[in-house]
Design a protein around this ligand. Structure first.
Ligand code: NDP
Ligand code: 2IT
Length: 452
């Protein structure tokens, strides 16, 4: 590995002690950029890597709120405005007790390249809070969202920074935050995406990440002469991304045999389909139920505290959270004959797991390419808001499909260009393809705009 790249990674570790997820994301991306850095000496001259790994702005703030028993709670809020070279800051908000600076910096860093891949004008950002929405009442959620936005509003705006959802933040939370923003700013504007369709939201945004990930999977398989039809698919998670990935895989004729939550996984060899899919959606969207209830209802196997990766499958789609596939899980999937792994979540595979897949000849779709459909549809929502128009579900879905096809094409071609193994194989190294393609555009924009 080049000395320049190793030096930058070492400096990131020294300057950001203990931020292990951030170190992981920087290491994974920078290692794969080596051929692009070699080809473009100007990137070193302009210190592009050093400048890219430093967020442009980090905001941390106190969120104090009252629960239903009038007890006071104090959480921490964050917004990491990572890079705005190609557009206003854009990225989700995560509410989960595990949220810290390291996790949000890894997510903001990744988002910069992901947003570049979409072909839309969006910079990279991420934010959120260590607030735990589980077990909270409707009013507690509303009060928390209002308290969070009472601080965040001064740092965001439709041409500055446009947050959206992520783990623990869906349409309901976006609604409460939007209401608070509108009140304090006295302006109705497209400052958040994932809004309801009656008040500025886009059709297909709830579906977009899961659908987009499946469209990307479809493209990857097509490139090697395969289809999703008839394939056994293991999916993890049961939130927004997982739900619509299951739906789209079903529509394309695949069979989804697992879904999970943080308590465990279910294994349904006949597929999460038909009435069982309706039950699953109702359980997770309306009743805040646990996935175990699916096993109880349909008499299928429940695997408490286990991830689904021990189940034999053709395709694995991790759609829950970071580092949910470690090297042992990857080896198990490989031994069981997995042919493709497509990341609906952000960085669900550890670096060791990713290497096992790539070296094992598995088609591996990294999150920043595969799950870019969510933020791409957010970009389409911003475009509709700016024009004060609303496109039909069919039109948005077609645009989403086209964007995922374009991302696949770009990452496929970039891998063939920069990676000698990819050039001679049908199975491309999409990690190299996605990182280099996303990076080069941001790097060129940073050079063009001077030292800022
Ligand atoms: P949701 O909150 O809707 O669902 C998250 C799911 O993952 C739940 O089933 C949850 O289980 C499970 N999960 C979360 N944290 C953990 C954990 N630490 N261990 C085990 N299971 C966990 O979030 P999304 O579906 O929106 O997000 C899922 C992933 O997709 C994340 O990595 C996110 O960053 C990424 N993503 C999301 C996009 C979006 O548009 N929403 C866009 C692109 C990527 P439980 O309910 O038990 O906590
Ligand atoms: O990780 C992601 O891309 C998201 N959570 C969606 C971000 C967005 O702005 O729609």
């Amino acid at each position: 590995m080049s000395k320049q790249i190793e030096d930058v990674i070492e400096k990131v570790k020294q300057k950001n002690p203990g931020e292990v997820e951030f170190h992981q994301a920087v290491t994974e991306v920078l290692h794969s950029l080596e051929p692009a850095i070699e080809k473009h000496p100007e990137f070193e001259r302009y210190k592009i890597l050093e400048r890219l790994v430093e967020p442009e702005r980090v905001v941390m703030f106190k969120v104090a709120w009252l629960d239903d028993k009038q007890e006071i709670h104090v959480n921490r809020g964050y917004r990491i405005q990572f890079n705005s070279a190609i557009g206003p800051y854009k990225g989700g908000l995560r509410f989960h007790p595990s949220v810290n600076l390291s996790i949000l910096k890894f997510l903001g860093f990744e988002q910069t390249f992901k947003n570049s891949l979409t072909g839309l004008a969006m910079g990279g950002a991420k934010g959120g809070s260590d607030f735990d929405p589980k077990g909270k009442s409707e009013t507690e959620i509303m009060h928390f969202c209002q308290a969070f936005m009472a601080e965040l509003w001064r740092f965001i705006g439709p041409d500055t920074d446009v947050p959206a959802g992520d783990i623990g933040v869906g349409g309901r939370e976006i609604g409460y935050m939007f209401g608070q923003y509108r009140k304090v700013q006295n302006t109705f504007t497209g400052v958040l995406t994932g809004k309801g369709v009656d008040w500025g939201g886009s059709y297909i945004r709830p579906e977009a990440t899961g659908y987009g990930t499946t469209y990307f999977a479809e493209q990857m398989l097509k490139a090697r002469g395969e289809t999703i039809k008839g394939k056994i698919v293991a999916i993890s998670g049961s939130g927004n991304v997982a739900q619509y990935a299951v739906q789209k895989v079903n529509q394309l004729g695949g069979k989804v045999v697992t879904v999970s939550d943080s308590d465990g996984s279910i294994y349904d060899p006949d597929g999460v389909v038909g009435k069982k899919f309706d039950f699953f959606l109702d359980l997770k969207q309306k009743r805040e139920g646990r996935i175990k209830e699916y096993a109880d209802e349909f008499g299928v196997e429940y695997m408490p505290k286990q991830r689904p990766w021990s189940i034999k499958c053709d395709i694995a789609m991790p759609c829950a959270t970071q580092n949910e596939i470690d090297k042992d899980d990857a080896q198990t999937l490989l031994d069981n004959g997995v042919m493709a792994v497509i990341e609906g979540a952000n960085m669900p595979s550890t670096i060791e797991a990713t290497n096992i897949f790539i070296e094992g000849g598995v088609s591996f779709g990294p999150g920043k390419a595969a799950n870019a459909g969510g933020v791409a549809c957010s970009g389409l929502e911003m475009a509709q808001n700016s024009q004060r128009v609303r496109w039909s579900p069919k039109e948005v879905d077609q645009r989403l499909h086209d964007i995922m096809e374009d991302i696949h094409q770009a990452t496929y071609e970039t891998a063939s260009k920069y990676d000698s193994k990819s050039a001679s194989s049908k199975i491309k190294n999409y990690v190299i393809g996605a990182n280099i393609f996303g990076f080069e555009k941001v790097a060129r924009a940073m050079i063009a705009q001077g030292i800022v």
